[in-house]
Design a protein around this ligand. Sequence first.
Ligand code: 5IU
Length: 492
Amino acid sequence: MVAKNTDEMKALAVKLFQINAFKFGDYKMKVGINSPVYFDLRVIVSYPDVMQTVSDLLVAHIKDLQLSSKHVCGVPYTALPLATIVSVQQHTPMLVRRKEAKAYGTKKLIEGIYQAGDTCLIVEDVVTSGSSILDTVRDLQSEGIVVTDAVVVVDREQGGAANIAKHGVRMHSLFTLSFLLNTLHEAGHIEKATVDAVAKYIAAVQINSDGSFIGGDKSVAEANDFSRTKLTYESRANLAKSPVAKRLFNLMATKQTNLCLAADLSEADAILDMADKCGPYICLLKTHVDIVSDFSESFIVNLQALATRHNFLLMEDRKFADIGNTVSLQYGQGLYKIANWADLVTAHTLPGRSIVQGLKAALGGANSAKERGVFLLAEMSASGNLIDEKYKENSNKIATEGGDVDFVAGVVCQSADCFAFPGLIQLTPGVKIDEGVDKLGQQYQTPEHVVKERGADIGVVGRGILQASNVEKTAASYRDRLWAAYQERVAK
Ligand code: 5IU
């Protein structure tokens, strides 16, 4: 590591975390092993300032190490733009390795002007096993090019350096995973427990260049402590990108409740009465304001007062689904002015990313985007619903990738495989002590089942509480069962 640039390196480490160039969770890597930390440096092309800093540091690193070579070559694809900048800054000609030979013309694998015997420095973004670097080295060597060194942005410390050293290539990294973890911890972005858990995983999971285990403890990789369902709400609060998700995680942890009341009632007073009775036991109260026949501003004022008194958040389950411009109006205007009072809303992902952008566009002024969030629907509890695997996968992408992830607080879904990122909250409706189906296709699971088997972080209960003869007692009992199931789930 380049000691003299340590402050700059630390600032860059935090910046990379903030732009989602790496995140913590339970991810499947290219080599087929699960990992508690995931790097995606592809995003940096969207941040020219980060590109500049990374490439400046790479050039400084190359100078410090006195690595002189006739060419530079990036490992496709993520490192290609970085290699380009290094080439231009150092006036070192670049070579480009194709992943597939062209089907016509020269059929060359290496583009650029070179001769056998020329030297070439490799540039790579992230190294796990080193296999991608070795693929590029092999193609360069088969043209007679000599490769002795590789500069990389991040070394995951899982055996990559040793694997490529076996092929006569030295690896020089800007960052090690340990440095990134310690820096984020020092800067207050992750807990010590996160640092320790990732360190434990990395120590246990060392990988050969063919993706097989060198040794270590395979069970650590399989029982990834970073699976979101095994982390506590407190630690997930630290990983959340959305300020409202952070708030809700912390509220759940301190109030010790993961129960959401679905107050599907059509009279304002009845909702307020339920909110008061159930308030002590819930983290969230979910409304459908368009079913309230006597909706008024004072209803909202009273509901907000109860939310403050009992410490719960408000979610309007509006399930927005239109084009950006329309949802922006539906959210901010009309009779209900939802953006003025609902901490959270729900939205379908059917229209694509524009749904999130449209909602955000309604905010500003007194309704700061920092105090609002959306839960995206990735699955429904209605029997016969049309959502399929691809839809689920794409919904997850909208929730976790792109520039608006700070507005997405969670996902409404029915199963733990809907998303991996632990900074998001899984909200699961269709909860009742007696499992079964209602007359209109609603499918119910028990509190224990949704939390322990289906990955729910918050269980949504409507009629199970609303129709009980003793509402307080029933709400308390749902709270106790959902909370106990969560505690069992995270128990080591
Ligand atoms: N709701 C579901 N299922 C879903 C989604 C939302 O039940 O898949 I998305 C809402 C509908 C209702 C509440 O407001 O959750 C569940 O109420 P009951 O517990 O009364 O069924």
